[in-house]
Design a protein around this ligand. Structure first.
Ligand SMILES: *Cc1c(COP(=O)(O)O)cnc(C)c1O
Length: 346
């Protein structure tokens, strides 16, 4: 298996990162005249901690990892982009992913001019590790897996993921944006076993903090040191660092929201399955359902006309005539179902 250094782009390996004014000073001081900050408007006049140390310590304790194994990003989108920029030489290396999956991996690859290849899941959106590994070539630096997967909602087989982790010499990313809604175990417990593993989690879904833009990448200390080298020095502002720090103290509130959503999940599934034009509700370990209907384009418009917006996934591979429906509150789900019933005879 390659060492991380062998996987990193040469220019990144040789990069002299931007040195923050406060990086160079270690110790106690009371007068800061090193960063051209304004002396007034305390504390917002000061640049924030580039390494978000108190926040990482708090997350580390919750997740049972070391603070040095955490990168905090402006949403998960930031680490996704950084992974590509750290490991993939444009016009040379390539990325491999499953299809269908989260669209951001390909967008980031395209922006960075990095070849993106994907391997179809089976008709139940399950992963075949041998199929995926057969598509790996000597220029494949990164594999993106998403589990539970968006837009299908299911968790990928742990045995198949393990096979990939055990046999792929590049960087394996597992995006766990929806892990809080899944009965399956997080891959975080395997972090120390695989030095090439990166786990992505986010505050956007279960924590109800999508507007704040805060995501996490967990990886070996070595990989995190490259994230720290390449990211914008002050990528997480002070307000976000402090706010997320306090939100973590309200974890029981997050858990109660997850419980509410999980209580709605089977109810919504059963109600959807009774709708005449619903052909299949794909099993979900997430806070959404992929639903196959008779005519998704028509249904999308009909719902939009009634002020209900869902995601039309019809143009995606294996998703013909599907819509993706987020599980809302009990009241929202009831309105959705009532509206669908009203459309049965239109
Ligand atoms: C919603 C989602 C995310 C979250 O992205 P943020 O940038 O953290 O809001 C990440 N991955 C997947 C697969 C998602 O569906």
């Amino acid at each position: 298996m390659s060492t991380i250094n062998q996987l990193v782009r040469k220019n990144i390996l040789n990069l002299h990162p931007y040195s923050c004014a406060r990086d160079e000073f270690q110790g106690e001081a009371s007068i800061f005249l090193d960063a051209n900050e304004n002396p007034y408007n305390d504390p917002y006049n000061r640049y924030p901690d580039p390494l978000q140390r108190p926040l990482k310590e708090k997350i580390a304790a919750k997740k049972d990892v070391r603070p040095s194994q955490i990168m905090i990003g402006n949403g998960s989108d930031e680490p996704i982009d950084l992974i590509i920029r750290i490991f993939c030489e444009p016009s040379y290396d390539n990325i491999l992913a499953i299809a269908p999956t989260y669209g951001m991996y390909k967008v980031c690859a395209d922006i960075n001019n990095v070849e993106y290849n994907s391997v179809l899941l089976d008709e139940n959106f399950q992963l075949d590790a041998d199929n995926l590994l057969a598509a790996v070539n000597e220029r494949t630096k990164v594999i993106f897996l998403c589990s539970p997967n968006n837009p299908s909602g299911n968790t990928l087989s742990s045995d198949e993921i393990k096979k990939i982790a055990d046999n792929f010499g590049g960087i394996l990313v597992i995006d766990e944006a929806y892990i809080d809604f899944s009965p399956k175990e997080t891959w975080l417990i395997n972090l120390n076993k695989y030095p090439n593993l990166i786990i992505l989690q986010t505050f956007s879904k279960a924590w109800g903090l999508a507007s704040v833009r805060c995501g996490m990448a967990f990886a070996s200390e070595e990989i995190i040191s490259f994230f720290n080298k390449v990211k914008y020095p002050y990528n997480i502002n002070r307000l976000t660092q402090e706010f997320i720090f306090r939100q973590i103290d309200r974890e029981s509130l997050k858990n109660s929201w997850v419980e509410l959503i999980l209580r709605e999940r089977p109810k919504l599934q059963q109600a959807l399955e009774k709708i005449s034009f619903v052909e299949k509700v794909f099993p979900s370990d997430s806070n959404f359902f992929l639903v196959r209907v008779k005519d998704a384009n028509r249904l999308y418009k009909q719902l939009a006309d009634k002020g209900i917006v869902v995601r039309n996934r019809s143009n995606i591979v294996l998703c013909k005539n599907t819509i993706r429906i987020t599980i809302g509150s009990e009241e929202e789900n009831k309105k959705l179902i009532d509206t669908l019933i009203s459309l049965e005879n239109v």
